[in-house]
Design a protein around this ligand. Structure first.
Ligand SMILES: [Zn+2]
Ligand SMILES: [Zn+2]
Length: 179
Protein backbone atom coordinates (compact mmCIF):
# COMPACT_ATOMS: atom_id res chain seq x y z
CA UNK A 1 0.00 0.00 0.00
CA UNK A 2 1.13 3.54 -0.65
CA UNK A 3 0.62 6.06 2.15
CA UNK A 4 -2.56 7.37 0.50
CA UNK A 5 -4.50 4.15 1.15
CA UNK A 6 -3.86 4.10 4.92
CA UNK A 7 -4.57 7.85 5.22
CA UNK A 8 -7.92 7.43 3.45
CA UNK A 9 -8.80 4.41 5.62
CA UNK A 10 -8.03 6.36 8.80
CA UNK A 11 -10.10 9.39 7.69
CA UNK A 12 -13.01 7.18 6.58
CA UNK A 13 -12.88 5.25 9.86
CA UNK A 14 -12.93 8.44 11.96
CA UNK A 15 -15.99 9.63 9.98
CA UNK A 16 -17.68 6.22 10.29
CA UNK A 17 -16.95 6.14 14.02
CA UNK A 18 -18.88 9.39 14.46
CA UNK A 19 -21.94 7.61 13.03
CA UNK A 20 -21.28 4.57 15.22
CA UNK A 21 -20.83 6.79 18.30
CA UNK A 22 -23.98 8.78 17.47
CA UNK A 23 -26.05 5.62 17.03
CA UNK A 24 -24.58 3.99 20.14
CA UNK A 25 -25.17 7.12 22.21
CA UNK A 26 -28.71 7.69 20.97
CA UNK A 27 -30.14 4.20 20.81
CA UNK A 28 -28.03 2.09 23.16
CA UNK A 29 -26.68 4.44 25.84
CA UNK A 30 -29.98 6.37 26.02
CA UNK A 31 -31.99 3.19 25.46
CA UNK A 32 -33.15 0.68 28.04
CA UNK A 33 -30.13 -1.53 27.36
CA UNK A 34 -27.30 0.91 27.94
CA UNK A 35 -28.67 3.59 30.28
CA UNK A 36 -27.42 1.63 33.29
CA UNK A 37 -23.85 2.61 32.42
CA UNK A 38 -24.55 5.97 30.79
CA UNK A 39 -26.74 7.35 33.59
CA UNK A 40 -23.62 7.96 35.69
CA UNK A 41 -22.54 10.51 33.07
CA UNK A 42 -25.82 12.44 33.29
CA UNK A 43 -25.91 12.63 37.07
CA UNK A 44 -24.60 15.54 39.09
CA UNK A 45 -21.11 14.72 40.28
CA UNK A 46 -19.78 14.87 43.75
CA UNK A 47 -16.25 14.13 44.86
CA UNK A 48 -17.19 10.86 46.57
CA UNK A 49 -17.36 9.10 43.23
CA UNK A 50 -13.72 9.64 42.35
CA UNK A 51 -12.57 10.50 38.87
CA UNK A 52 -14.22 7.62 37.01
CA UNK A 53 -17.84 7.05 35.99
CA UNK A 54 -19.56 3.79 35.08
CA UNK A 55 -20.02 5.44 31.67
CA UNK A 56 -16.26 5.14 31.11
CA UNK A 57 -16.85 1.42 30.54
CA UNK A 58 -18.06 2.36 27.03
CA UNK A 59 -14.61 3.77 26.29
CA UNK A 60 -13.10 0.56 27.67
CA UNK A 61 -15.31 -1.54 25.33
CA UNK A 62 -14.30 0.54 22.29
CA UNK A 63 -10.63 0.33 23.33
CA UNK A 64 -10.87 -3.49 23.57
CA UNK A 65 -12.50 -3.60 20.11
CA UNK A 66 -9.72 -1.43 18.71
CA UNK A 67 -7.00 -3.61 20.31
CA UNK A 68 -8.72 -6.70 18.84
CA UNK A 69 -8.67 -5.13 15.37
CA UNK A 70 -4.99 -4.23 15.80
CA UNK A 71 -4.24 -7.87 16.65
CA UNK A 72 -6.30 -9.36 13.79
CA UNK A 73 -5.01 -6.72 11.35
CA UNK A 74 -1.34 -7.29 12.10
CA UNK A 75 -1.76 -11.06 11.85
CA UNK A 76 -3.94 -11.34 8.76
CA UNK A 77 -5.09 -8.21 6.99
CA UNK A 78 -3.19 -4.86 7.10
CA UNK A 79 -6.20 -2.64 6.16
CA UNK A 80 -7.85 -3.76 9.38
CA UNK A 81 -4.82 -2.47 11.28
CA UNK A 82 -5.39 0.97 9.77
CA UNK A 83 -9.09 0.81 10.68
CA UNK A 84 -7.93 0.20 14.25
CA UNK A 85 -5.69 3.29 13.95
CA UNK A 86 -8.78 5.26 12.84
CA UNK A 87 -10.70 4.01 15.89
CA UNK A 88 -7.85 5.04 18.16
CA UNK A 89 -7.66 8.49 16.53
CA UNK A 90 -11.42 8.87 17.04
CA UNK A 91 -10.97 7.90 20.68
CA UNK A 92 -8.36 10.62 21.18
CA UNK A 93 -10.52 13.26 19.44
CA UNK A 94 -13.55 12.14 21.49
CA UNK A 95 -11.52 12.51 24.67
CA UNK A 96 -10.27 15.98 23.72
CA UNK A 97 -13.71 17.32 22.77
CA UNK A 98 -16.02 15.49 25.18
CA UNK A 99 -14.01 14.69 28.28
CA UNK A 100 -11.62 17.62 27.93
CA UNK A 101 -13.30 20.68 26.45
CA UNK A 102 -16.86 20.00 27.60
CA UNK A 103 -16.47 18.14 30.89
CA UNK A 104 -13.07 19.51 32.00
CA UNK A 105 -11.65 16.14 32.96
CA UNK A 106 -8.17 17.48 32.48
CA UNK A 107 -6.14 19.68 34.76
CA UNK A 108 -6.74 22.97 32.95
CA UNK A 109 -9.80 24.91 31.89
CA UNK A 110 -10.34 25.96 28.33
CA UNK A 111 -13.79 26.93 27.10
CA UNK A 112 -13.88 27.50 23.33
CA UNK A 113 -15.22 30.99 22.70
CA UNK A 114 -15.73 30.89 18.97
CA UNK A 115 -15.82 28.75 15.87
CA UNK A 116 -16.75 25.15 15.38
CA UNK A 117 -15.35 24.00 18.72
CA UNK A 118 -17.67 26.48 20.44
CA UNK A 119 -20.60 24.93 18.58
CA UNK A 120 -19.53 21.41 19.60
CA UNK A 121 -19.15 22.59 23.19
CA UNK A 122 -22.56 24.29 23.33
CA UNK A 123 -24.30 21.40 21.57
CA UNK A 124 -23.05 18.93 24.14
CA UNK A 125 -23.97 21.24 27.00
CA UNK A 126 -27.48 21.23 25.54
CA UNK A 127 -27.32 17.41 25.50
CA UNK A 128 -26.88 17.65 29.25
CA UNK A 129 -29.57 20.32 29.67
CA UNK A 130 -32.22 17.62 29.93
CA UNK A 131 -32.40 15.44 33.00
CA UNK A 132 -32.85 11.74 32.46
CA UNK A 133 -32.56 9.70 29.32
CA UNK A 134 -35.53 10.92 27.27
CA UNK A 135 -35.95 14.07 25.13
CA UNK A 136 -32.20 14.75 24.93
CA UNK A 137 -30.73 16.46 21.86
CA UNK A 138 -27.36 16.31 20.08
CA UNK A 139 -25.94 12.80 20.34
CA UNK A 140 -22.85 13.26 18.18
CA UNK A 141 -19.40 14.21 19.47
CA UNK A 142 -17.34 15.50 16.55
CA UNK A 143 -20.29 16.75 14.54
CA UNK A 144 -22.94 19.01 16.05
CA UNK A 145 -25.91 20.56 14.25
CA UNK A 146 -26.35 24.34 14.58
CA UNK A 147 -27.07 25.28 18.19
CA UNK A 148 -30.15 27.38 17.38
CA UNK A 149 -31.86 24.31 15.93
CA UNK A 150 -31.09 22.31 19.07
CA UNK A 151 -32.52 25.06 21.28
CA UNK A 152 -35.64 25.11 19.11
CA UNK A 153 -35.96 21.32 19.48
CA UNK A 154 -35.70 21.63 23.26
CA UNK A 155 -38.28 24.39 23.28
CA UNK A 156 -40.64 22.39 21.09
CA UNK A 157 -40.49 19.31 23.28
CA UNK A 158 -41.27 21.48 26.31
CA UNK A 159 -38.82 19.48 28.38
CA UNK A 160 -36.90 22.52 29.67
CA UNK A 161 -40.11 24.25 30.74
CA UNK A 162 -40.93 21.15 32.75
CA UNK A 163 -37.49 21.24 34.27
CA UNK A 164 -37.74 24.97 34.99
CA UNK A 165 -40.94 24.48 36.92
CA UNK A 166 -39.37 21.65 38.88
CA UNK A 167 -36.27 23.66 39.80
CA UNK A 168 -36.00 27.18 41.08
CA UNK A 169 -32.83 27.90 39.12
CA UNK A 170 -34.45 27.85 35.72
CA UNK A 171 -32.29 27.11 32.73
CA UNK A 172 -31.38 30.29 30.97
CA UNK A 173 -30.52 29.92 27.28
CA UNK A 174 -28.40 33.08 27.39
CA UNK A 175 -26.07 31.76 30.06
CA UNK A 176 -25.88 28.13 29.15
CA UNK A 177 -22.41 27.86 30.68
CA UNK A 178 -24.28 27.33 33.95
CA UNK A 179 -25.85 24.08 32.76
ZN1 LIG B 1 -25.96 11.11 26.86
ZN1 LIG C 1 -21.21 14.45 28.21
Amino acid sequence: MTILGPVLIVIATVAAMEFVAYATHRWIMHGPLGWGWHESHHEAHDDDHGIFEKNDLYAVVFTILSIGLFAIGSAWWPPLWWIAVGMAVYGVLYFIVHDGLVHQRWPFRHVPRRGYLRRLYQAHRLHHAVEGRDDCVSFGFLYAPPVDGLKADLKRSGVLAKRASAHRDAWNPETQDRI
